[in-house]
Design a protein around this ligand. Structure first.
Ligand code: PRX
Length: 585
């Protein structure tokens, strides 16, 4: 079905940072964006300085930086000056513990205030920040901390006992564990973070970092192998800052709510860095989605810009379009969405329910910041991700013989979405995986792994993934990680994991399992395997469903054909099965 475009009238974008796309994009240079930031003496650049200290030094210290809303509705406010003092304290704790520039500091925290203090304090100390999603179980946490040689971890006592302590001795690099929410008899080898914060000095000189020094380590998932550590450098802040202005239209007087969890990159790039470098007031809600609560926060906090995700929008859509109208949302001026395909119905529902459309945008852990977006000043075509950010060149390419690619310029022809490298927040490496990183670049393009189309107006349309990676509720899940955890169970001979379409979460994880001799499929064993996976992987990653199979379809070289499992699950044509092992046919 063709959706009518949602036209923008000049009064919709009177004060928008991006008034006229074509002209702005033509004249844009990244050096202009860099010039909007302070930098450190001698050409240095540090994300935390730009996010926090810069505002205080410019006399904006009293401005409210962060309003944190607890699960119990308790509010804690941090001005830029308070945030500076608290992040200084944390940086001092790290420095005194001997945690230095370049050392990896991991977080495994829900959206507590300590998360924000630790994230920014880590960057001030020149250390590398690696946030993990709090719903990860012990296996994903261990894999990520091992790959990145974690030196320090900030977590809660409960998470530590359940997810870290059982294997801590296996990771020699992990020398410091700071605990929040801890009891009087906290486990040995841990430090009470809040007690340490109270004692630490609140003055700290930001460690000098160059724009190319590693700042952030965000893990993402591939089809095979371990999670990949996408390395981002301090220069990424140039993109965080300007994309916040262009795609999210951030102005210093905005009240901005990014609902993403900082355990995933959206919650760091746009839930911490971009809003703060732009000097806005940002809202953080510790609680999980609840339609009533969210509308109440939008109303009571007078949110002006709201950045959320399709799964949440679809959950909201389960209420009626009249539901949001019960709240005074007159301050809300831009709604944006990211992370998974946003159905055209959802964009149009936004107009019914909120009087304005959701503005979809697209990016990846690897790109560090928004790359394609619908802008406040530009007509929205429901179902389209929008147009490339100024400074970003996107194309549709196809792989051709000889390992090269060819750009496809015909409108609405499907191919792989590709970007010309060169923007500041592009990953600089997959940590210790040179080959995997190199493979992302062909013929002067960075290949995204997504299939897409471009129309004759230059709008991009998402088609699907080019690989077996699963997107569930906006979270990227690597099938291999799930299969590996299932294989650890004594009954499992083989496992194949796919994403199965589900109306709210987009996809949910489903596993197919072949059992070892001596084990019989049963409901009890199915439940046991579900429980095993959940305990190892955590609820964010574990399969929601498991089905038993005698054998799994494999290629002659022994690789499980997930694509075929999926086609069969969905009753779709099986496609090319020439590589299928003969007994499987
Ligand atoms: O497949 C695309 C999907 O999410 C992937 C990136 O996921 P992640 O690395 O977790 O990045 C999170 C930051 C957004 C993409 O390769 N994706 C992201 N945005 C969209 C999307 N799919 C469709 N529409 C989008 N707007």
């Amino acid at each position: 079905m063709e959706w009518e475009r949602i036209r923008k009238r000049p009064e919709d974008y009177v004060s928008a940072n991006l008034q006229e796309y074509e002209g702005y994009a033509k004249n844009f240079a990244w050096s202009q964006a860099r010039a909007l930031l302070d930098g450190l003496p001698g050409g240095g650049l540090n994300i935390a300085h730009e996010a926090v200290d810069r505002h205080v030094l410019a006399g904006r210290g009293d401005k409210l930086a962060l309003r944190w809303i607890g699960r119990d509705d308790r509010i804690r406010d941090f001005s830029y000056a308070t945030l500076r003092a608290q992040t200084n304290r944390f940086a001092n704790i790290l420095a005194q513990a001997g945690i230095a520039k370049g050392d990896r500091v991991y977080l495994l925290l829900g959206r507590s205030v300590e998360l924000y203090i630790a994230a920014l304090g880590t960057l001030k100390n020149g250390s590398v920040l690696s946030p993990m999603f709090s719903a990860f179980g012990p296996e994903p946490a261990k894999a990520r901390m091992t790959i990145g040689n974690a030196k320090a971890l900030v977590t809660t006592e409960a998470f530590y006992r359940r997810k870290i302590e059982p294997w801590r001795k296996e990771l020699a690099s992990l020398q410091h564990v700071f605990l929040t929410e801890c009891s009087a008899n906290r486990p040995p080898g841990t430090v009470d973070l809040n007690a340490a914060l109270a004692q630490a000095s609140d003055s700290f000189e930001t460690v000098w970092t160059s724009p190319e020094d590693m700042a952030l380590l965000h893990f993402t998932s591939g089809t095979t192998g371990k999670p990949k550590g996408a390395v981002h450098v301090h220069e990424a802040v140039v993109a965080h800052h300007i994309t916040g202005q262009l795609a999210l239209d951030l102005h210093a007087d905005d009240i901005f709510w990014c609902t993403a969890d900082p355990g995933w990159i959206t919650g760091t790039s746009y839930g911490i860095i971009s809003p703060l470098t732009n000097g806005v007031t940002m809202i953080v809600d510790q609680a999980e989605f609840d339609a009533e609560r969210w509308c109440r926060i939008l109303q009571d906090q007078k949110v002006t810009i709201w950045y959320t995700a399709p799964t949440a929008i679809r959950m909201l859509m389960k209420t009626s379009a009249d539901f949001p109208k019960r709240f005074d949302l007159s301050k809300l001026r831009l709604m944006a969405s990211v992370g998974e395909p946003l159905n055209p119905e959802a964009v149009v529902w936004g107009v019914d329910a909120f009087g304005k459309p959701f503005h979809d945008n697209w990016w990846q852990t690897e790109t560090g910041g928004i790359m394609i977006s619908n802008y406040l000043s530009m007509d929205v075509k429901p179902g389209s991700m929008g147009r490339p950010l100024p400074g970003v060149t996107a194309g549709i390419v196809e792989r051709v013989e000889g390992g090269a690619v060819r750009e496809i310029t015909e409108p609405m022809a499907m191919g792989e979405l590709a970007l010309r490298p060169g923007w500041p927040s592009m990953m600089r490496a997959y940590l210790n995986e040179e080959e995997r990183y190199r493979k992302c670049f062909v013929g002067g393009w960075y290949l995204t792994g997504d299939l897409a189309m471009r129309d004759s107006d230059g709008y991009f349309w998402f088609v699907g993934r080019n690989d077996d990676v699963i997107k569930s509720a906006g979270h990227l899940i690597g099938p291999f990680e799930v299969e590996s955890a299932l294989m650890e169970h004594p009954a499992v001979a083989e496992a194949g994991v796919i994403g199965v379409p589900e109306p709210t979460a987009g996809e949910v994880v489903k596993a197919y399992v072949a059992l070892k001799g001596g084990f019989e499929p049963s409901e009890a064993l199915r439940k046991e395997l579900l429980g095993h996976a959940r305990q190892r992987l955590g609820p964010a990653v574990a399969p929601k469903d498991i089905a038993f199979r005698q054998n799994l379809p494999k290629t002659r070289s022994g690789k499980i054909m997930r694509r075929l499992l999926k086609a069969r699950e969905l009753g779709l044509p099986e496609g090319d099965i020439s590589t299928l092992e003969s007994e499987e046919r």
